[in-house]
Design a protein around this ligand. Structure first.
Ligand code: FE
Ligand code: FE
Ligand code: ZN
Length: 276
């Protein structure tokens, strides 16, 4: 069974996302915890969440993936920006416990001019500040394309963050196929080699989710522009290799391609048909 879904709008609530996922033959989905630019989150409607949990159980959903606002920067040089990132992360993790046992993804951040080492330390500090022993949510660091001063464009950087985290069993990785390719990992010609490298540096046991996206730009471009499945430089064959890879096929896959819901429905149908 291929566990696949796409990014959905959370504006109509949790139950609506569950129903929308079902309507496009998805058995998981991703959503923003709040406006992607990071405004205040709506209060949790307990009945609405319960209805989603019911839908997920009845239909054997894979874990759903909540995505933090992408403007968060826990390794900013600005004290207020850092503090805001911590406030949002803590608030989101409290909210996630209404939907126990799922995944929460964030972009590690940009060190601006402070240097990679400082950036890595600040992200680890943030995780050590927000993670709790009792939480049931696994917090994922997303692999990034490495544009600007972004942290997380290499497996080494992600490992260095995790190494500094005390509750490292609460931390995992979300691998974005567009981002790793843009960062220079050749998943088109050497998927096995890239995954061996991931395993050697981070450990495949830490890989909890895949953002399945094609890319508009060539390898090592450090651009981060997603393309529809099969229409970019990764191509359909690479996507098919990824979903069927023995080390990946059991993971949940989330599409973040430039689509509205009907386009996602087509991609899910296509990929389900190519899952062996
Ligand atoms: Fe992301
Ligand atoms: Fe992504
Ligand atoms: Zn991206």
């Amino acid at each position: 069974m291929l566990n696949i879904g796409c990014h959905l709008s959370s504006s109509k609530g949790f139950r609506h996302m569950g129903k929308e996922a079902l309507s496009i033959d998805a058995n998981t989905f991703q959503f923003f915890t709040r406006n992607p630019r990071g405004s205040k989150a709506k209060a949790i409607d307990e009945n609405d969440v319960k209805e989603l949990i019911h839908i997920m159980e009845e239909n054997h959903f894979a874990p759903v993936l909540a995505h933090a606002p992408y403007t968060l920067n826990p390794c900013s040089a600005d004290a207020r920006t850092k503090e805001f990132a911590l406030e949002v992360l803590i608030d989101d993790l409290v909210r996630m416990e209404h939907l126990p046992g799922n995944l929460y993804n964030f972009h590690p951040g940009s060190h601006v001019s402070q240097g990679t080492e400082t950036g890595i330390q600040l992200i680890a500090d943030a995780l050590n500040f927000i993670l709790t022993k009792s939480q049931t949510t696994t917090v994922l660091l997303e692999t990034m394309s490495g544009k600007g001063s972004e942290i997380g464009g290499s497996f080494e950087e992600l490992r260095q963050i995790i190494e500094k985290v005390t509750l490292d069993e609460k931390v995992g990785i979300c691998l974005d196929t567009c981002h790793v390719h843009d960062a220079g990992y050749d998943i088109v010609n050497d998927l096995d080699g890239v995954l061996n490298e991931f395993d050697r540096i981070i450990g495949l046991d830490k890989l909890k989710a895949i953002h399945l996206n094609d890319s508009k730009n060539p390898i090592s471009s450090r651009k981060d522009r997603h393309e529809k499945i099969g229409e970019g430089v990764l191509g359909l064959e690479t996507m098919v290799n990824i979903i069927n890879h023995p080390g990946l096929r059991g993971l949940p896959f989330y599409l973040e391609t430039p689509n509205e819901v009907p386009g996602y429905a087509q991609e899910i149908k296509l990929l389900r048909g190519l899952f062996r």
